[in-house]
Design a protein around this ligand. Structure first.
Ligand code: CTP
Length: 415
């Protein structure tokens, strides 16, 4: 496929180098057209080296090839990233002062804008009107992601992650017109990894969760356009870029972080393996083995059930603005035993915990923990048919996130 990648003059231009790599690695022929301002952030040499094609934004270079007409005509897809307020305005009013704006006027194929700017600029009536004009003409304009912006400010205005722009671009080319990302504008909190409950300054009670599933969910939610907050207990993998990370160690710390995060979350996914019990006492000093005293006995006390508490608070309307529509997703790791099989235990857990969806893993010594693949069943409290998903943890996460997107679009309140 022939792609024109127009780069606007914003700091997020540096992230577009990764987007270019995604396009070229997928085998596409990419012509990069940076605006004059974009080259002050990332130089022409970078775009030429990464695309393998000459780069210019002048209608007076290679005039014999009539580039200002040819590039737009030949492109199967035009992607503008970052689409600055200035570029959106120029595109909406049909200006043609350089090669990129000429190309936009000549484009025959789909056009995707991935905006990035400060929140006030994005929310300004002039920008809103320009976005509406472009959408009205059939162009696709992504919602920017929310989060930390260039200065000390934060809010909607971040460039969506390169993976997300890539996915949206491919969806657009395949004729998906209602391609707005399924979780655009939503805030999703995901707990991941395993809690650790200290016994003394050097020892803890832990579990074998690697955090891979939670991290894969964070990537899938981020790529679906959500603002993602990852509550990271102990994990063997790094958190992904583009998500806010809150580090926690114990179940009590996770509870505090989860209740705080739930206040402005549209979705809470409890994929962390939370210790059900913690040592009743934590020794300030290392517990020593001694010959003159009996071997120590560890007394455990129950940890609060965070998932259940989140559901109770949501149902009481105590979690904040999203209370009446907040979706809460639990995970269940079950082995089954002589009293019941995996499914029976999972159904009982769904009823007991009251969450909207329960993702059920069948675990055993060789299954799930630390592995890259997974096989789950998604049970819904609404009673709809159980849904199976299997494959890599990324595949399973994409299925879970897509199901969450579907559930959020069912309008009725859940409380
Ligand atoms: N969970 C939680 N708080 C706890 C324990 C678990 O929020 N103290 C959450 C987990 O994050 C997961 C779900 O509850 O989403 C199921 O956890 P699991 O350990 O499988 O269930 P338990 O309640 O411990 O039930 P059982 O003892 O039957 O395994």
């Amino acid at each position: 496929m022939r792609i024109v990648l127009g780069v606007g003059g914003g700091i997020a231009a540096y992230k577009v180098a990764s987007l270019l790599r995604l396009f070229t690695e997928a085998g596409h022929h990419v012509t990069v057209i940076p605006t004059e301002a974009a080259t002050r952030f990332v130089g022409t040499a970078t775009w030429e080296a990464l695309s393998g094609n000459p780069v210019s934004n002048s209608v007076f270079d290679d005039v014999h090839q009539v580039n200002h007409v040819r590039l737009g005509h030949e492109a199967d897809l035009v992607v503008i990233a970052p689409a600055t307020a200035d570029l959106l305005a120029k595109a909406a009013t049909g200006q043609a002062g350089d090669l990129l704006t000429n190309t936009l006027l000549m484009a025959h194929g789909p056009v995707l804008f991935a905006p990035a700017m400060h929140t006030e600029m994005w929310q300004h009536p002039a920008t809103r009107a320009n976005v509406e004009t472009l959408r009205g003409r059939g162009a696709a304009v992504l919602e920017p992601a929310s989060g930390r912006l260039t200065g000390s400010d934060s809010g909607p205005g971040r460039l969506p992650e390169p993976d997300a722009i890539f996915d949206a671009a491919m969806a657009l080319v395949h004729g998906q017109t209602d391609f707005q990302l399924p979780l655009a504008g939503k805030t999703v909190t995901i707990s991941a990894g395993g809690t650790r409950e200290p016994l003394d300054p050097v020892r803890f009670l832990g579990n074998r969760s690697s955090g891979k599933q939670g991290v894969a969910l964070a990537v899938a939610a981020r790529n679906a356009g959500a603002t993602v907050r990852l509550l990271a207990a102990h994990m063997e993998v790094p958190p992904p870029p583009g998500v806010e990370v809150v580090n926690v160690e114990t179940a009590l710390q996770l509870r505090e972080a989860a209740l705080a995060a739930a206040a402005d979350s549209d979705v809470v996914i409890m994929s962390a393996a939370v210790a059900d019990f913690r040592p009743a006492e934590i020794s300030d000093t290392k517990i020593k083995k001694r010959d003159d005293t009996a071997d120590p006995v560890i007394t455990l006390v129950r940890n609060p059930d965070i998932l259940q508490e989140l559901v109770e608070r949501r149902n009481q309307g105590a979690t904040g603005p999203a209370a009446d529509s907040q979706l809460i997703v639990g995970f269940a790791a079950e082995t089954g035993d002589k009293h019941g099989d995996v499914r029976a235990y999972a159904e009982a857990k769904l009823q007991r915990k009251g969450c909207d969806l329960l993702v059920v893993n069948h675990v055993g010594s060789d299954k799930v923990f630390g592995k890259d693949t997974n096989s789950v069943v998604i049970l819904a409290r609404s009673g709809s048919e159980p849904q199976e998903a299997s494959g890599t943890k990324a595949d399973v996460s994409a299925a879970i996130i897509s199901r969450i997107g579907f559930e959020l679009n069912q309008v009725s309140p859940r409380a």
